[in-house]
Design a protein around this ligand. Structure first.
Ligand code: GCO
Length: 258
């Protein structure tokens, strides 16, 4: 049965949980999903940051829920998602966005920072997706979107821990799709290039790095976080019902160029 293109991207009445969404790319992604009709649950560890984010979205007329929990804390993940599914609705769209960056050449990176990056960027998406998928499997449908990175494919000096975690997240995305697509779930990734966010602000403020990004990116510029929304809405919607295990890179062409 053919569906009108506008309906294909409509997320009305679907509950979306976006981890790490009190600011940065996560907040922009959550706002984009809300504008497409989804019921949004924001997540972060900082309650006041979540309140600010909720207020901003409510200022646009959206009803917003928020769940403050540490995505690396398995018990907190289980308890929070139980509460979300009881109080808000079943999580039909999960965006694993929460991430940290610890820069340093591998020979000087301390093991505690390594473990933190792996825990937040790779283990946490597994913990949150595993619990959501158990419920999605029972319903025969669900969408999981893992926010990967350019660093899922290539490295850059001093981002070894991050690249390892995001490379792992690309393969975890494929593994999830292999295990869960048969139950009616679609699991994909979005790989941002260089976008202006809190995480990359120190880089953008460095004139040499700024020149490098603009020269290395065929589009000749940094991405605007709003330019990620379309890829996430596509993967969260019925428009991608036969897309699985893919990472959609939104990078201005950087991965296509030497
Ligand atoms: C860096 C940046 C990158 C970007 C992004 C690119 O230090 O090079 O932090 O890792 O954040 O992940 O996709």
């Amino acid at each position: 049965m053919s569906v009108s293109p506008s309906r294909l991207f409509d997320l009305s009445d679907r509950t979306a949980l976006v981890t790490g969404s009190s600011r940065g790319l996560g907040f922009v992604i959550a706002r984009g999903l809300a504008r497409s009709g989804a019921r949004i649950v924001l997540n972060g560890r900082d309650v006041s940051a979540l309140e600010r984010a909720s207020t901003e979205l409510e200022g646009e007329g959206f009803r917003v829920w928020s769940a403050a929990f540490d995505v690396t804390d398995e018990a907190a993940v289980d308890e929070s998602i139980d509460r979300i599914e009881r109080d808000v609705g079943v999580v039909e769209i999960l965006v694993n966005n929460a991430g940290v960056q610890e820069r340093g050449s591998l020979e000087v990176v301390d093991s505690q920072k390594w473990r933190r990056v792996i825990e937040v960027n790779l283990t946490a998406p597994f913990l949150v997706a595993r619990l959501c998928a158990r419920r999605m499997i029972g319903r025969g449908r669900g969408k999981i979107i893992n926010i990967c990175s350019l660093m899922s494919e290539i490295g850059r000096r001093t981002v070894g821990p991050y690249a390892a975690s995001k490379g792992g997240l690309k393969m975890l995305t494929r593994a999830m799709s292999v295990d869960w697509a048969g139950y009616g779930l679609q699991i994909n990734g979005v790989g941002p290039g260089y976008f202006l966010t809190d995480m990359t602000r120190p880089l953008a403020d460095d004139p040499e790095f700024d020149r490098w990004v603009k020269a290395r990116t065929p589009a000749g510029r940094w991405g605007d976080p709003e330019e990620l929304v379309g890829a996430v809405v596509f993967l969260a919607s019925d428009a991608s019902s036969y897309v699985n295990g893919q990472v959609l890179y939104v990078d201005g062409g950087m991965l296509s160029a030497l």
